[in-house]
Design a protein around this ligand. Structure first.
Ligand SMILES: O=P(O)(O)OC[C@H]1O[C@H](O[C@H]2O[C@H](CO)[C@@H](O)[C@H](O)[C@H]2O)[C@H](O)[C@@H](O)[C@@H]1O
Length: 384
């Protein structure tokens, strides 16, 4: 495996702009084997739509570029007040490693279900998205984790791509920001029913996404360093390797393509513009769908844990807060507004946390086993 420079942590900010919009309340599930709930489109007012589509005026593009800048490490403030903010943020989102006992106590008697984001959580952020490999040690840890807890990878990437990085057949995978969910082909020991898990709520958008992918490739060709990634039900336009003075040009190029596709919306991740269908489906919905598929929809004794580093993971953190079940862990070295309860600084800390979870479960199973043996021994020695 070729090593790459790991990129410094950065502020992620949402571009805060749903470009398009719309209308239909009809179900979007073309190929769901297990019938999920109907997915409406995201709707915004006509006035806001027109405002958002105002690309030639420059004002909106300026705010895109501001947002792109905010996600650059070179724009971090390193003032004393930031470190004050950081300490107060850490009080509200303490390290999941420091709070490990509290966490495991809260999960006692409940089934932990693990949800893991990929980039920036299991693998460090690197310049080339095609080389964002996870370490063998991390893979071994996730393999062990899945022996003890149902485990899903929830990523913005194409499902096949993230599978090619993780290479663990026993996991659930939700690619394209949760719009492409599949369970283990051989079934799962955790799943109560034998129905296969497959959910693709945005399948009708496939031709449109392909068309936009080609248009973006062509349009952004003249911007050195820009990279368009086809994530099947969504697209990424990476600007990590684009010179800052060219960001505004890139934003214009992307906007000029998207103006013809009002059913697609734009969000921003870590040095990436993300284009996806306007349907109301995200990583939070994917988490709910997976819990339901596993048979935990209305259970009170389930404890979902979601670990992620990006804006898109906030949808899942929010669902956990609203359900009042389990919690989210944000992977970040810096203070960020989040719905997560705890924090971890980087993927190596994620690995430590997962290892401790595995160890804790192993010890508890061993204790239970010994106890059972002792009780059985007592039964055998009791007189009739
Ligand atoms: O949901 P995730 O698994 O976190 O995927 C989100 C995006 O991750 C990838 O991009 C990010 O990681 C790259 C490799 O470290 C980095 O170069 C890029 O700047 C990051 O934004 C992936 O390439 C995107 O398609 C995903 O949407």
């Amino acid at each position: 495996m070729t090593k790459q420079n790991v990129v410094a942590s950065e502020v992620t900010s949402d571009i805060n702009m749903a470009i398009a919009v719309a209308v239909s309340k009809s179900s979007m599930f073309a190929s769901a084997v297990q019938k999920p709930p109907a997915v409406p489109y995201i709707t915004i007012s006509r006035k806001k739509l027109l405002h958002n589509l105002e690309i030639s005026g420059g004002a909106r593009v300026t705010s895109w570029v501001d947002s792109m800048r905010a996600s650059s490490p070179t724009h971090h403030k390193s003032t004393p007040s930031l470190s004050d903010d950081q300490s107060s943020w850490m009080l509200h989102h303490p390290s999941a490693l420091d709070m490990f006992e509290e966490i495991t106590n809260a999960s006692k008697g409940k089934q932990i279900v693990m949800f893991l984001d990929y980039d920036g959580t299991l693998s460090p952020i690197v310049e080339d998205p095609d080389r964002a490999f996870m370490s063998d040690a991390m893979r071994a840890t996730v393999r062990k984790l899945a022996r003890y807890f149902p485990t899903a990878i929830v990523s913005g990437r194409c499902r096949d791509k993230v599978y090619s990085f993780v290479q663990l057949a026993e996991l659930y995978y939700a690619g394209s920001h949760g719009m492409d969910i599949k369970g283990p082909s051989k079934g799962s020991k955790y799943k109560k029913s034998s129905q296969p898990v497959l959910c693709q709520p945005a399948s009708e958008f496939l031709p449109m996404i392909d068309e936009v992918y080609k248009a973006l490739l062509e349009k952004t060709e003249s911007t050195p360093g820009a990279k368009v990634e086809n994530n099947k039900f969504c697209l990424s336009v990476h600007f990590r390797c684009v010179e800052e003075k060219k960001w505004s040009e890139l934003a214009h190029q992307v906007k000029s393509v998207l103006k013809d596709y009002p059913k697609l919306r734009l969000t921003q991740g870590r040095k990436v513009l993300e284009i996806r269908p306007t349907i109301k489906w995200d990583k939070g919905k994917a988490l709910e769908f997976l819990l339901e598929s596993l048979g935990y929809a209305n259970c009170t004794d389930v404890f979902p844990v979601y670990i992620g580093d990006d804006r898109t993971d906030e949808d899942a953190f929010k669902v956990l807060r609203e359900r009042g079940q389990g919690f989210g862990i944000l992977v970040s070295k810096i203070a960020k507004e989040t719905n997560a309860s705890y924090s971890l600084q980087e993927p190596t800390e994620v690995m430590d946390f997962l290892r401790r979870l595995v160890e804790c479960k192993r010890l508890s199973l061993r204790r239970q086993f010994r106890m059972r043996r002792r009780l059985e021994g007592m039964k055998v020695s009791l007189p009739n």
